[in-house]
Write a protein that binds this ligand. Structure first.
Ligand SMILES: Nc1ncnc2c1ncn2[C@@H]1O[C@H](COP(=O)(O)OP(=O)(O)O)[C@@H](O)[C@H]1O
Ligand SMILES: [Mg+2]
Length: 246
């Protein structure tokens, strides 16, 4: 579903990620770890075609990202959900409205503005609201929720458009341990019960070890580890988090 071959990615003239050789299969649960500035966010954003390809081959869901047309880019992005650290919900809107905003492309603008939703749209929303276990807060405004609850709303919003892949950039970094675990439990459920491929950038190594089936360690723009968490030795962890020598 994702294939990178000798891939170099970056911004304008600056190459950030070099010589990537990665294959990601349907249904995987992957954690990307590494020090700040390593290139984790760049790697994640590249999957939705937001990062410049300098060299190599890059295929996502059947599309070649080296020279993708705008029309195809839109189609690709429709199949991928995104969850950020900073939530990106609309504070003054209810949980329900925020979740439904994830499928606005299917709802005509006038109806969206007056918040007139059809029964089948409400049913879809209710389903994903149940998945993230936030049903008792459906009518609350998002600014009344805790950080963990907001992040679960963000997952529901990503989920409602039935994505093949969900990308999450440090979704639990700002949360306390209990809330973070609950959010990670939901990512696991979305992966195991619905088969959605999940790729998460994680600040905490512990969560990557506990939840992810496969870990990709990035340091200074290169992949220095790619394997199962059980294969992560202290030495490898040191290598992943090492300060690059210039
Ligand atoms: N929009 C941008 N334009 C230019 N360089 C950027 C941009 N965003 C990030 N970078 C650079 O790319 C490198 C990797 O950043 P990033 O992917 O954000 O790392 P991480 O998520 O691992 O902290 C850093 O050197 C950073 O300065
Ligand atoms: Mg980042």
């Amino acid at each position: 579903m994702i294939k990178m071959k000798n891939l170099t990615l970056g911004y304008k003239k600056e190459k950030i990620l070099k010589d990537l050789d990665l294959e990601i299969e349907d249904g995987e649960f992957i954690g990307i770890i590494g020090p700040s500035g390593a290139g984790k966010s760049t790697l994640l954003m590249s999957i939705v075609g937001s990062i410049k390809v300098f060299d190599g081959k890059f295929k996502v869901l059947g599309y070649d990202l080296e020279d993708i047309k705008k029309k195809d880019l839109i189609k690709l992005r429709e199949q991928i959900g995104f969850v950020f650290q900073g939530y990106c919900l609309v504070d003054r809107l209810s949980v329900l409205d925020n979740v439904i905003s994830g499928m606005l492309k299917d709802i005509p603008m006038p109806r969206a503005v007056i918040k007139y939703y059809k029964d089948k749209e409400l049913k879809k929303a209710q389903e994903v609201i149940d998945v993230v276990d936030i049903a008792k807060h459906t009518t609350k405004r998002c600014d009344e929720l805790s950080g963990g609850q907001r992040q679960r709303v963000a997952i529901a919003r990503a989920l409602i458009s039935k994505p093949k892949i969900i990308l999450a950039d440090e979704p639990v970094s700002a949360l306390d341990v209990k809330s973070a675990q609950k959010v990670m439990d939901i990512f696991r459920k979305v992966n195991k019960s619905f088969g959605v491929t999940i790729i998460i950038n994680l600040h905490h190594l512990e969560y990557a070890k506990e939840y992810c089936d496969r870990i990709i360690g990035v340091n200074n723009g290169t992949v220095v580890f790619d394997g199962r968490s059980s294969e992560l030795t202290d030495k490898l962890i040191e290598k992943i988090y090492a300060t690059p020598k210039n």
